[in-house]
Design a protein around this ligand. Structure first.
Ligand SMILES: Cc1cc2nc3c(=O)[nH]c(=O)nc-3n(C[C@H](O)[C@H](O)[C@H](O)COP(=O)(O)OP(=O)(O)OC[C@H]3O[C@@H](n4cnc5c(N)ncnc54)[C@H](O)[C@@H]3O)c2cc1C
Length: 414
């Protein structure tokens, strides 16, 4: 028997190769899940350095149970905060509207905790695991520009920082390149962006500079006409994350445009003292325009698919943006195990992924939009909402969303 034949019979088949464009929360989570499912993964991001950008993210049990699987929940132990409750307040007079217990009670009920975390802390934890994973290669400073696809492979063309074109081949390409996804355009998906007429403003206030009431380990939601406010501690409680959402027609791309504290304060002029004190405690704000897209009928082609904001950008009012990206990652990896990179097998797997994930994320996109309009009601409608909130036990309110929190994305039959 010729030597090379003998070798090919004894050496293991090469692992199928997955290429991921975008090393945000969804892309890094996908790299870890897919590598654990037996694939070799190359993950590329356009940024030369993954900077510490962003502020708070909420991770509900539907995401934290998945992060536990890849060791990330343990890594976040000292830096994530497990809030004791979600509290809802009326903006104009600071009156308590509702309180739902989280903490141990919710962790027991849903089988995994609610946590809040700085986006950079989560991204760093994922990044550290990815950097040391033997089946993952991370390449920074590469911007996805184009694709070439045939029956047996897909090639992605990336632009390097110096303008050089770099071609990488794989069995599967995953577009995890966020809200303004290039991969999505390359996949030929038509839904245009929908500006909401709202902007989100974020800041971090060092704990010792925040008003006392804001230092508690709770998630707080303040509702008022045309605006709402969310705050909770992050970074092990050392910083208070504050996000203010206002009605505003400003619409530029990006996550970090500076915003004037005076303009923001003017939107909260008629609000309670506490809310104004919190807004006034920060002298620097970053803002971004809130954008989503209508749900699509498909995300995948034969050897390419999407996840996270690239697939289903959503309003942040259910706090599920990062959690759904993590669910996508776990669901896709569960379907890719055992690896089946043959074109028919893979195309079928991706169709199954679309069939599982599109209805769920579309429902969450729709519900997130609905929540946003409830938060900003005015007049009689606001009074009716508040009365309903005061009548309904907080825990009942939380359990209305058990279809979101109970979901286990690793189970294709879930
Ligand atoms: C800089 C930044 C700050 C954010 N801050 C907040 C925040 O404060 N609060 C909040 O709730 N949400 C924030 N988000 C959004 C939040 O992270 C996402 O909604 C959610 O985590 C879903 O993640 P994702 O992986 O789908 O997308 P993202 O987390 O947006 O990650 C997308 C990644 O793709 C990369 N990328 C984009 N285009 C290309 C390309 N052509 N080729 C290669 N790589 C590309 C980007 O650099 C980025 O790393 C922020 C996102 C970003 C990128």
């Amino acid at each position: 028997m010729p030597e090379d034949r003998e070798q090919s019979e004894t050496s293991p088949a090469p692992l199928p190769h997955c290429l991921i464009a975008g090393a945000g929360i969804g892309g890094l989570a996908a790299a870890l899940f897919i590598a654990d499912a037996g694939w070799r993964v190359t993950i590329c991001d356009r940024e030369p350095v993954l900077q510490e950008v962003g502020a708070g993210l909420q991770l509900a049990p539907n995401a934290s149970r998945l992060l536990a699987d890849i060791g990330i929940l343990d890594d976040l132990d000292d830096i994530a905060v497990e809030p004791a409750a979600i509290q809802i307040w009326r903006g104009e007079d600071g009156k308590a509207m509702s309180r739902a217990e989280l903490g141990r009670k919710a962790a027991t009920r849903f089988g995994a905790p609610f946590i809040v975390v700085h986006r950079a802390d989560l991204q760093n934890a994922l990044l550290k695991r990815a950097e040391t994973h033997p089946a993952i290669e991370l390449r920074l400073g590469l911007r996805l520009a184009d694709i070439r696809e045939n029956d047996t492979a897909i090639a992605a063309l990336f632009e390097g920082a110096d303008g050089a074109e770099i071609r990488l081949e794989a069995d599967l390409l995953v577009g995890a390149d966020g809200l303004w996804s290039r991969a999505r355009t390359l996949a030929g998906l038509p839904a245009p962006t929908r500006y909401s007429g709202k902007t989100a403003w974020r800041t971090l206030i060092p704990r010792e500079e925040a008003p006392l009431f804001a230092r508690e380990a709770d998630v707080n939601l303040w509702m008022g006409p045309d605006a709402h406010l969310v705050h909770y501690p992050v970074c092990g409680g050392r910083e208070i994350n504050v996000v203010a959402i206002i009605e505003d027609e400003w619409r530029e791309e990006g996550w970090s445009a500076p915003g004037s504290p005076d303009i923001l304060a003017s939107h909260f002029r008629g609000w309670s003292r506490k809310a104004r004190d919190l807004i006034g405690a920060a002298d620097h704000w970053k803002r971004w325009a809130l954008v989503d897209r209508a749900p699509e009928g498909r995300w995948s082609r034969a050897r390419m698919t999407l996840l996270g904001d690239a697939a289903h950008p959503m309003m942040p009012f259910l706090a599920q943006g990062a959690s759904q990206a993590i669910e996508d990652a776990a669901a896709l990896a569960a379907l890719l195990r055992p690896p089946g990179a043959g074109s028919t097998g893979l195309a079928q797997t991706l169709r199954r992924y679309d069939a599982l994930r599109i209805p769920r994320t579309a429902r969450i996109q729709k519900e997130a939009r609905r929540q946003g309009s409830l938060y900003h009601l005015d007049g009689i409608k606001a009074r009716l909402r508040d009365s309903a909130l005061q009548l309904l036990p907080g825990d009942t309110l939380l359990h209305r969303f058990s279809w979101v929190f109970d979901h286990d994305a690793r189970r294709p039959d879930a």
